[in-house]
Design a protein around this ligand. Structure first.
Ligand code: G4P
Ligand code: NA
Ligand code: NA
Length: 194
C-alpha cells in the first residue's frame, strides 16, 4: 500500500536491524486519515471471505481493526492483555510469548463475543514472529469459529511470522512488507503492480 509505505519512509525510524519505530502514526499518536485508508484496503482485500467479525489485540491493533470493521460492517473484538475487573466469566485465553520484549502475556476474549459460525478476520499492527497472531488464532479456534484471513499493517518479512502463518494455511495480507531494516534503511519487498 503506497500511502503506508510513504508514511513509513517519511516518519518511521529504524531503531535497529530488527525494530522500526512508528510512534507518530500507529503505535502512540494515530493518523486517522491513514487508518481510514488502511481500513478501506483491508475491506477490499477480504471482501470475498464472508467475514462476520474482526479480532485484534490491544492496544495498537485496535485502530486499524476498527476502521476495517467500519468498512466491512462487522463488529471488532480485541483481546485483552491484562485481567479486567468486569471481564471475568467464560474467558477464552492463549499464552503469547514476545521474543522482541522477552515477556509472556496471557491474552483473552470473552466467549460471548465469538460464535461458532463466525468467520473471523484477525488484524494486527505488526507481524514479527507471529506469536500474537497465533495466539489470536488459538482463541478463535477455542470458540469454534473459523479464521478466514489475517490482515497485518506492517509485516517484517525477514522474521518468521508470515511464513509460519502461511504454512498453517492462512491467507495473510500485509499492507507493507519490509524485506530489511539493515544499515538504518527500510527496504520494502517489491510488489508487482497491475
Ligand atoms: P510477534 O507477535 O509477531 O511474535 O511479535 P513480537 O512478540 O516480536 O512483538 C511484540 C510487540 O512488539 C507487539 O506489540 C508488536 O506489535 C511489536 N513489534 C514487533 N516488532 C516491532 C517493530 O519492529 N516495531 C514496532 N513499532 N513494534 C513492533 P505490543 O507489545 O502488543 O504493543 P501494542 O500493540 O500494545 O502497541
Ligand atoms: Na502490536
Ligand atoms: Na462463543
Amino acid at each position: 500500500m503506497r500511502l503506508l509505505e510513504e508514511k513509513i519512509i517519511s516518519e518511521g525510524r529504524v531503531l535497529s536491524d530488527q525494530v522500526l519505530k512508528v510512534d507518530s502514526f500507529l503505535n502512540h499518536q494515530i493518523d486517522p486519515f491513514l487508518m481510514n485508508e488502511i481500513g478501506k484496503e483491508f475491506a477490499l482485500r477480504f471482501a470475498n471471505e464472508g467475514i462476520t467479525k474482526i479480532v485484534t489485540l490491544e492496544s495498537s491493533g485496535i485502530a486499524p481493526a476498527v476502521m476495517a470493521g467500519l468498512y466491512m460492517n462487522v463488529p471488532v473484538v480485541f483481546a485483552r492483555k491484562r485481567k479486567s475487573l468486569t471481564l471475568t466469566d467464560d474467558l477464552l485465553s492463549a499464552s503469547v510469548h514476545s521474543f522482541t520484549k522477552n515477556e509472556t502475556n496471557e491474552i483473552s476474549i470473552s466467549n460471548k463475543y465469538l460464535d461458532e459460525d463466525d468467520r473471523v478476520l484477525v488484524i494486527d499492527d505488526f507481524l514479527a514472529n507471529g506469536q500474537a497472531a497465533l495466539g489470536l488464532v488459538e482463541i478463535v479456534k477455542q470458540s469454534g469459529a473459523k479464521v478466514n484471513g489475517i490482515g497485518i499493517v506492517i509485516e517484517k518479512s525477514f522474521q518468521q511470522g508470515a511464513e509460519k502463518l502461511k504454512e498453517f494455511g492462512f491467507r495473510v495480507e500485509s499492507l507493507a512488507r519490509i524485506a530489511s531494516l539493515s544499515n538504518g534503511e527500510v527496504q520494502f519487498i517489491n510488489e508487482k503492480v497491475g
